[in-house]
Design a binder for this molecule. Structure first.
Ligand code: COA
Length: 212
């Protein structure tokens, strides 16, 4: 167990390669951020890139940026447009009113120890402490969706945990108090686990983890 050894800290440019290796271990093929993309994120907004480190070894990584409301008015909403293809160079706005949680990943061998939860809780608390932040939003992944490919996205989200098994990644956010804002087919076509879909969730100022 990571327990007391776990430290949360901002990412540094010098560890982009190591974080890319962590990403590759965490995500399905094609979805992991590369070292070049991670370096670009750190350059754009170092304070939004957080690492969970266990005895100097990164075991988790959470990424966020600040954006304006305008990109969220586009339809269809697409991952690459909202994140500048995972780089944040053209999407991050230092005074942006939306704190966008872009990703959280924990090494498979370190899962189930609430490392992911600590990273997101930290991001959310930090976001609400920043002047000018009006909403804390993130697109999350309905990862169990391939088990019911015949269901439209809203039917899948409504019935998971009831007629269908609980969706692990949705549960990760909803069990901690996040609420669903909207659902988006074709959000990220290369995300085959989710049949390309994304679910926009929001952490309200009074979001609190009922389990902590
Ligand atoms: C999602 C992810 C970050 C979770 O990391 P983690 O450190 O294992 O998660 P935690 O231990 O903090 O879990 C917190 C809560 O999430 C929920 N949860 C996490 N994994 C779950 C699972 N497999 N099934 C059901 N619920 C789950 C539970 O409510 C859990 O609370 P509990 O410990 O009281 O049961 C990790 O599985 C991961 O890296 N996945 C691949 C990348 C990804 O899809 N990221 C999310 C989209 S941005």
């Amino acid at each position: 167990m990571a327990g007391d050894r776990l430290i949360l800290r901002v990412a540094s440019l010098g560890e982009a390669d190591e974080l890319a290796q962590l990403e590759a271990a965490c995500w399905p093929a094609g979805l992991a951020a590369t070292a070049e993309q991670i370096a670009a994120r750190i350059t754009a907004y170092a304070d939004g890139q957080w690492v969970a480190s266990d005895r100097d070894r990164p075991v988790g990584y959470s990424s966020a940026q600040r954006i304006t409301f305008a990109p969220l008015d586009q339809r269809p909403l697409r991952y690459d447009a909202l994140t500048d293809a995972d780089r944040f160079t053209r999407t991050h706005v230092p005074t942006g009113p939306v704190y966008q949680l872009v990703g959280v990943s924990v090494h498979p061998e370190a899962r189930g120890q609430r490392i992911g939860r600590q990273l997101i809780d930290h991001q959310v608390t930090r976001a609400w402490s920043l002047p000018g932040v009006q909403r804390v939003l993130g697109f999350t992944r309905p990862t169990g969706r391939q088990a019911a490919p015949e269901l439209p996205l809203d039917d899948y989200v409504r019935t998971q945990g009831d007629r269908l098994p609980t969706d692990a990644v949705l549960e990760f956010h909803l069990a901690a108090g996040a609420v669903i804002v909207s659902m988006h087919e074709e959000f990220r076509e290369i995300d085959e686990e989710c049949l390309g879909a994304g679910v926009l969730i929001e952490y309200l100022p009074d979001s609190s983890d009922p389990k902590s």
